[in-house]
Design a protein around this ligand. Sequence first.
Ligand SMILES: [Zn+2]
Length: 324
Amino acid sequence: MTDPRLTAQRLLGAIDWQSEVHGYCACPGTGLHTTRAGKRDCQVHVDGAPTIYCLHASCAGIVAQTNKQLRRELGHAEWELRLPDGRTIRSGDVLRHDGQILPREVVAAKAPDKRAKEQLVMLAEVAKRMAPQIAAKFHWPFEAILADSPLQVAQRDPEDQFRVWLSIWPPTVTVWIGDVFSSGKPEHAAHFRPVPEWREIGPTANYTCGSSFKPGSYRRSNDNINGHRFLVVESDILNRDQVGAVFRFLHQRLQVTCRAIVDTAGKSLHGWFDAPASKANEAKLKALLTALGCDPKLFTFSQPVRLPGAYRDGKLQRLIWKRP
Ligand SMILES: [Zn+2]
């Protein structure tokens, strides 16, 4: 029985093992990196669906190729490794962050597409193992976000901030603005208006939503969602100086476009991102963001979120970063 780590080393060169199943390696696409590479930017994971993950985006093509090769070579034969505490991990099992072994039968169970499910479980584990590197490499504290904004928006008056934020929407769509309960009855129809009307009215309530709605809606539900969607990323765990690393990682590494960042006047920041176009990418992003400490309810696209330019208990819900 071959040790999967020897197979990985044959393919990737020396590996600095961090556990029985994962370690740092040189990225197979190092030559394509456009920014300086750190020693901890690339990791290989031999459990689950074997995965090489690099924090750079420019090497994605060659990393994907090498990933295929790694999976092919490790897929040839079953293997087993003995952990220091005596337990055994088999090929396809996932060694979870909390030390539990997720058996391959569980990983694959109940999945219409076994391979997609395996890769999702693995992606979440990879994200957890790499979270410290992501936090360090993409570190983007609150003050730096303010200073880096392509449009200087944070000092503008609230009405102006609201209108700048409104410009992320296509002008033809219907947007909901209201309080959490301004939805569900015909009299709530006035909270669903086309963008140009809101431009005239201004920030009259505390909440909005990352999705546009069908014209004539009075209920904020996923059934009424129409066309344009943003993914509003937030975390209850990461503070204002920590969550920026997730925003930058999404923007730079995963190339999900960030449109705006809002200081909610509470503990957290909201990043407004273009929503993933396909269900498959949405599922991947959900697994990844949840593993990094973000709130899974952000994938309910009719979820109310704080409106920039409005006041919360006397404090401004402030637009702090805006793409031109
Ligand atoms: Zn790389």
